[in-house]
Design a protein around this ligand. Structure first.
Ligand SMILES: *Cc1c(COP(=O)(O)O)cnc(C)c1O
Length: 398
């Protein structure tokens, strides 16, 4: 077994060795600026254009609709701010959900300060939006619907095809944050009527600090960065050539073995869920059981603090994530877990495990043993648990 058991692939992934290999020449000999005219530059230029074609092919889009960015957050910011800015004559209303990534949620809060009106859709107990609520939220001034393809905390997949159909029917732009979904499940921008789509390299075993925004031809939006003519004049700045090459290689590899990986990870995921449910009492699985990312498991353990569980897992060299935002200095549980209706105390005991292509069954067995031991210890120290057990046994006796 490896030194570290890495089960936080929704936070970031380890780069595949072949991705680093592909990047290396562009960090050394192939240093030409893609905008220059000489031969050295044309190699960089040709290489990034090939990546544009590769990515377009995976989405059923056109190469000129792919715009490289510095990651998923930038793509989300661009999509929302620039559509708002360019479509003020049509309206100022955006529809999104309560469970978006902060890159979308906080951008919406910012836009509200500029006079944008935002509807935050509710989700059901599995994290799915209601199509009826979406339809009711549409106004004559609605310019954009932004709903994530897959949630980063609980793994729930949203019905993007149905959302796209409604958006198209009402002539409203549809943006999807596909940072978690892209490379894990197939997405066609045609079939789902997607106008804008965000993705990120480091979530699919590629490099950090690079991603892209798909912008359907004809969508009205302002440029993100002003300056040079890069990215068809919409996102100035000399291209992150090594990053883009790495992204391209990561995308190729992710799509090459996507189906196989999906099956394998789904099996491991279900194995992990069932094993934990069978071996540890007072636990629930969060997120949709069927419409779910192949690699995501999210548990809530009653009577414990997720943060303590994380620290104790780390001592056993297991990397995981909790469902709360404690790490960012706040004691509030995650907005996603609250949106699916979990009470604070249950949300606080949450643990997210996200698998990767290298995850093995042996690692999961080891992890379940560790969780079982730690949860037991934490509960033994918990006055709430003691109280619960006492009341429970009193009831049994009556
Ligand atoms: C990670 C993530 C982002 C942010 O992407 P970065 O490349 O880290 O900026 C946005 N949305 C979702 C759903 C994510 O999981």
């Amino acid at each position: 077994m490896k030194d570290i058991i890495y089960l936080d692939n929704a936070a970031t992934t380890r780069m595949r060795p072949a991705v680093a290999d592909a990047m290396l020449p562009f960090l050394t000999e192939e240093y030409g600026n893609p905008s220059a005219v000489y031969g050295l530059a044309s190699k960089s230029r040709a290489a990034i254009n090939k990546v544009r074609e590769t990515i377009a092919g995976t989405l059923f889009a056109r190469p000129e609709e792919i715009y490289f960015t510095a990651g998923g957050s930038e793509a989300d910011n661009w999509a929302l701010k620039a559509v708002f800015e360019a479509n003020k004559d049509k309206g100022n209303h955006i529809i999104t959900t309560k469970i978006e990534h902060h890159a979308v949620l906080y951008t919406c809060h910012y836009l509200e300060s500029l006079g944008c009106e935002v509807t935050y859709l509710n989700v059901d107990e599995n994290g799915r939006i209601s199509m009826d609520e979406l339809k009711r939220a549409i106004r004559p001034t609605t310019i954009l619907i932004s709903v994530m393809a897959a949630n980063n905390e609980i793994g729930t997949l949203e019905p993007i095809k149905e959302i796209g159909e409604i958006a198209k029917k009402h002539k409203i732009y549809f943006h999807t944050d596909a940072v978690q979904a892209y490379g894990q499940i197939p997405i066609s921008v045609e079939e789902c009527h997607i106008d804008l789509l965000s993705a990120s390299g480091h979530k699919l075993n590629g490099p950090k600090g690079v991603g892209f925004l798909y912008i359907r031809k004809g969508v009205k939006l302002t440029s993100f960065l002003h300056g040079g003519a890069q990215e068809r004049g919409r996102r100035a700045g000399t291209e992150n050539v090594p990053g883009i090459i790495g992204l391209g290689r990561a995308v190729e590899l992710a799509f090459e073995d996507m189906e196989e990986r999906r099956q394998r990870e789904t099996e491991l995921r279900d194995y992990l869920m069932e094993k934990v449910m069978a071996e540890i009492p007072y636990v629930r699985v969060n997120g949709d059981r069927i419409n779910r990312l192949p690699n995501n498991v999210n548990f809530s353990f009653q009577f414990i603090e997720g943060e303590s569980l994380l620290i104790m897992l780390d001592m056993k060299h297991i990397c995981a994530s909790s469902g709360s935002a404690c790490t960012s200095g706040s004691l509030d549980p995650s907005h996603v877990l609250l949106a699916i209706g979990l009470p604070h105390e249950i949300a606080h005991g949450s643990l997210r495990l996200t698998l990767g292509y290298e995850t093995t069954k042996e690692e999961l067995d080891h992890t379940v043993e560790a969780i079982k031991e730690i949860v037991g210890k934490l509960r033994d120290m918990s006055p709430l648990y003691e109280d619960f057990i006492r009341k429970h046994s009193e009831r049994e006796e009556q």
